[in-house]
Structures are given as C-alpha cells and as structure tokens.
Write a protein that binds this ligand. Structure first.
Ligand SMILES: C[S@@+](CC[C@H](N)C(=O)[O-])C[C@H]1O[C@@H](n2cnc3c(N)ncnc32)[C@H](O)[C@@H]1O
Length: 271
C-alpha cells in the first residue's frame, strides 16, 4: 500500500473488478510522472529489481536463464525489468493499465536504444494467443490491484506454454496486519491477517474511489495457483539488505530488518 494523492481517506470496503480497474488506471496515469521521478533512478532504466529491498534478478535468478525466451511482464510500468531481460537475450513484451506509464516506457526505450514493445491493457484480459510465452512475470505489477484474481491467474495460465514459468512479487501478505507506516509504529499488528476486504482510498473532494489494493493470504495464493494447475516452486521472501536505508512507502529499514515486506511466488505451468 502506497498512498498516492492526498487529500484522500483510507478505508476498507469491497470493490469489484470494474471499479478497481477504473480507479487504479486513473491513479497510475496521474501518478506515473511522480513515480518515475521518485523511483526511476533506483529502478534503473535497464534494471530488474523485485521490490523495495532492491535485490536484483541477476542475484535472485527467479526466472532462470531467459536467453531465447519470450517473456511477458504484466504491470510493467516503464518496462525497466523487460529492458534488462532483453540484455540477457530474452524477447520481452510489457503490458500495463496506465497509458502514462507506457509513455515513460517509450521515452526510456528511445533514451537507451533498448526497445521493448508495450501494450496497454489489463491483467484480466491479456491480448495474446494461448501458449505464446515461455515466462510471465510481474514485479509489484498488476496482481495486487486486481479484484478478479481468478481471471488474472487464468489468463496467465492460458498465455503460458506448458511448463512455462510464472513469477510475481507482491506486498508480503503478513504486512496487511500492520499500519502502512515505515516508522517503528508500523510494527504493531492492528488489522486482521484474515480480513480480505480491500484497502481503498476515497478522494475527499469527489467521494470517488481513487485507489484500490487487494489482499490474499499466503494460503489463498497457494490454492489459487493450484486451482489453475500451477506447480509452486518457491515463495521467496527477500531479506532486507544490511545498510539499505531507502524508504519506499511503508517499506523501510526499521520494518524490513524485522518483518518480510515482499513475497515472490514462483510457479510452473502444467506440462
Ligand atoms: C508499483 S507499479 C510496478 C511497475 C514496475 N514493475 C516497476 O517496478 O516499476 C504497478 C504497475 O501496475 C500497473 N497496473 C495496475 N493495475 C493493473 C492491471 N489491472 N493490469 C495491468 N497493469 C496494472 C500500474 O499501472 C503500474 O504501472
């Protein structure tokens, strides 16, 4: 959870797929310039990290050897991860909900000379043929913004070739017990881990839902992957690196050295 555009108030109430998508598209379009200005240098124009801990794919090797593989990133933002994968010999395509994020992707494509094709769309309707990718991944991209997660995972299963890899990082499900506060005050559990009611921001001026994130427990994710015939290979929980003092929303050294902030699910499609 990374509150975006004050003045908003944070609430918890059910929000369906259509309302989640409308709010999050508007939010990410409006927030894209600030997001890239704030985090772009840390992400690197040609860089692949899995979350605010800053641990790169070159170290984690979650996707394995991608040389010669066709890779889709869902919720690619400015496609920094895809660009790094291209340097490793992959052909990569990025998909994102927010037009403005993709304009940043095109800007960085031009600046770096590493051109990643990008597509505007949503995780619940991937505009690709069945079995057309070897790898589908998301680094804090779409999955926690989607209400209809069944449909999103079904879509990934559809576009992956048999035996293909699916990996995604999300806010660690246990973080939903704590207030979204990077200071030590954010270490006091105050919300039920089992409460799946989404986190919602409501614009004070318009009373519109302006941002939504959805929570699933660790077990929910395992059951969801199993239901779509994925074989779960790992749930990586990157440890906060010693001396890493960058604050990103609710992620900080104060919390990171004590509790996991990121979970990376790694799975293989049925063969
Ligand atoms: C935290 S950013 C991560 C982007 C990129 N992976 C990075 O590390 O900068 C989340 C991205 O997910 C995108 N997103 C949100 N909901 C989505 C959806 N339903 N389908 C596709 N992308 C979505 C947002 O537009 C945003 O660019």
């Amino acid at each position: 959870m990374e509150p975006h555009h004050p003045p908003v108030r944070a609430e918890r109430f059910p929000v369906d797929e259509s309302a989640s998508r409308t709010a999050n598209r508007r939010d990410w379009d409006a927030y894209a310039d600030e997001y890239q200005a704030t985090h772009g240098e840390f992400l690197g124009d040609v860089g692949f990290i899995w979350g605010p801990e800053g641990i790169p794919e070159s170290e984690m090797r979650i996707l394995g050897d991608v040389a010669g593989k066709h890779v889709l990133e869902v919720g690619c933002g400015a496609a920094q991860c895809c660009r790094w994968l291209v340097t490793q010999g992959a052909s990569a395509v990025g998909l994102d909900l927010a037009h403005r994020q993709l304009q940043h992707a095109i800007r960085i494509n031009d600046a770096t000379g590493i051109t990643v094709p990008v597509v505007e769309g949503t995780a619940t309707h991937l505009p690709f043929e069945a079995a057309s990718f070897d790898v589908v991944f998301s680094s804090f991209g779409a999955l926690q913004f989607v209400a209809d997660i069944e449909q999103a995972v079904a879509e990934v299963a559809r576009v992956l070739r048999p035996g293909g890899r699916f990996a995604f990082s999300i806010t660690h499900p246990t973080r939903w017990m704590f207030p979204d506060d990077p200071t030590p005050a954010g270490l006091l559990a105050s919300q039920s881990y089992w409460d799946r009611t989404p986190y919602v921001e409501v614009d004070d001026a318009t009373e519109q839902v302006s941002y939504v994130e959805h929570h699933r427990t660790i077990g929910d994710w395992v059951r969801l992957l199993a239901a779509h015939r994925f074989r779960l290979l790992d749930i990586a929980e990157p440890q906060w690196p010693e001396g890493h003092d960058r604050v990103w929303g609710g992620w900080s050294e104060a919390r990171g050295v004590l509790t996991p902030g990121t979970a990376i699910y790694v799975a293989e499609a049925a063969g």
